[in-house]
Design a protein around this ligand. Structure first.
Ligand SMILES: Cc1ncc(COP(=O)(O)O)c(C=O)c1O
Length: 410
């Protein structure tokens, strides 16, 4: 087997320099644990940045992949296969009656390969619907400062952070940014030329900041008043992470479209957006599509993922263990001057530190724990839905130890 140095050197020579990786090579996983080249074990609070909701090597997922790979991995979207419609029906049903539900056929899905593509598709659909109801001028988008929606040009144009946009301009010009939870600013930004308001109910990469219910209600009202689409980007916070299947169900405000991705196919690339029929009906064959999106392997695995979520009652676990995680993080804040605030809910939480977070992540590796940092000072927790209280205890023990060490060194 190659050594760490050989693997890292090869990447350094041949890969585009886009990633600043941690110095470990992961070789396998089981449940909430990952293992490196030397078979050292790591407790996983990152879950592939929110992807591995069922942890690693879940037996039912492994079995489903094996079975389906032996039958049919890919077919073109020129043809039918048995899983895409079934998955769309399941997701639309889970989105619930406020979203249209599936039995009345009042909401529809489109499958992509990634989160950013789900966002692209949703704003393309919003443009079509906008043009249909308000002519060419109804093309403007409203998004939030501090948000993150992905790296393609459309998604990047909606991303309200200079550090991601810099160097790639010009981006879409028709985007107006408002501050999160600024209801007056939002009202002023939305008008009859707005085709969509796009937001994450909980900023993920942006540092775990929640939109207030009042703000989301204000967005809903503004979108209704001006016949714009309200689009929720639930790519990071959706599909169970907040303790409900869709994050909008946790906030009690229903969007017109919702973009999802990360955990949906248990690690296989799959994204989707769902749209209410009044927007979905704006698109015709040939106006959007993808080669890979919604293939039989990914869709069948996604159906299995959703079945496991239900049968293993994982939402209950997210709520229970998420509340415990929050309680324990709050104890850390109460006891350590280096920790300032806990934000988020369920299995999308962050602790804002008074010191840089990356060194904590680096040092946690030696303690056998994978943490993640974002926005310089935030430790972000996106664990697998299988996490138990004893795992939280281990993570908190390590966090406390590292914060104590930093205080002594200061
Ligand atoms: C809220 C949000 N939107 C969009 C994306 C982009 O998704 P992807 O990386 O799958 O393209 C991400 C990825 O982290 C995200 O967190």
């Amino acid at each position: 087997m190659k050594t760490f140095e050989q693997i890292a050197e090869l990447e350094k020579r041949y890969l585009l320099g886009t990633y600043n990786r941690y110095p470990i090579v992961l070789t396998r996983g089981k449940g909430v644990f990952l293992y490196d080249l030397e078979d050292r074990r790591y407790l996983d609070f990152v879950a592939g940045l929110g992807v591995n909701a069922l942890g690693h090597a879940h037996p039912r997922i492994v079995k489903t992949i094996r079975e389906q790979a032996g039958k049919l991995i890919h077919v073109s979207n020129l043809y039918y296969h048995e899983y895409q419609g079934a998955l769309a029906e399941k997701l639309c049903t889970l989105a619930g009656s406020s979203f249209g539900g599936s039995s009345m056929g009042t909401s529809r899905a489109f499958f992509s390969n990634s989160g950013t593509e789900a966002i692209e598709g949703s704003i393309k659909l919003a443009r079509l619907a906008g043009h249909r109801s308000g002519g060419e001028a109804k093309c403007r988008l409203v998004a939030l400062r501090g948000s993150y929606h992905g790296r393609t040009f459309g998604a990047l144009s909606l991303t309200g952070q200079e550090k991601h946009r810099k160097g790639f301009e010009p981006l879409l010009e028709e985007v107006t940014f408002v501050a999160q939870n600024d209801i007056e600013g939002l009202r002023a930004a939305v008008n009859d030329n707005t085709c969509a308001i796009v937001l994450e109910p909980i900023f993920g990469e942006g540092g775990i900041h929640e939109c207030s219910v009042e703000f989301l209600q204000g967005c809903r009202a503004a979108a209704d008043r001006h016949r714009a689409a309200l689009i929720f980007d639930e790519i990071q916070c959706g599909l169970g992470r907040t303790g409900t299947m869709f994050a909008f169900q946790s906030f009690g405000v229903t969007p017109d479209m919702v973009a999802i991705a990360k955990p949906i196919a248990a690690g296989l690339p799959l994204g989707a957006f769902l749209a209410k029929e009044e927007f979905a009906s704006a698109i015709s064959p040939g106006q959007h599509g993808t080669t890979f999106g919604g293939g039989p392997l990914a869709c069948r695995v996604a159906l299995e993922f959703l079945a496991i979520m239900e049968e293993e009652k994982l939402l209950n676990n997210v709520n229970k263990v998420g509340a415990y995680l929050q309680q324990e993080l709050k104890v850390v804040v109460a006891k350590s001057a280096a920790a300032k605030e806990v934000r988020g809910r369920g299995f999308i939480q962050g602790i804002n530190l008074a010191i840089p977070a990356r060194p904590i992540v680096d040092e946690a590796l030696a303690e056998g724990v994978l943490f993640n940092s974002t926005q310089d000072t935030v430790l972000r927790f996106l664990p697998p839905y299988l996490l138990e209280e004893k795992h939280v205890d281990k993570g908190i023990r390590v966090l406390k130890k590292l914060l104590r060490k930093k205080r002594k060194a200061a």
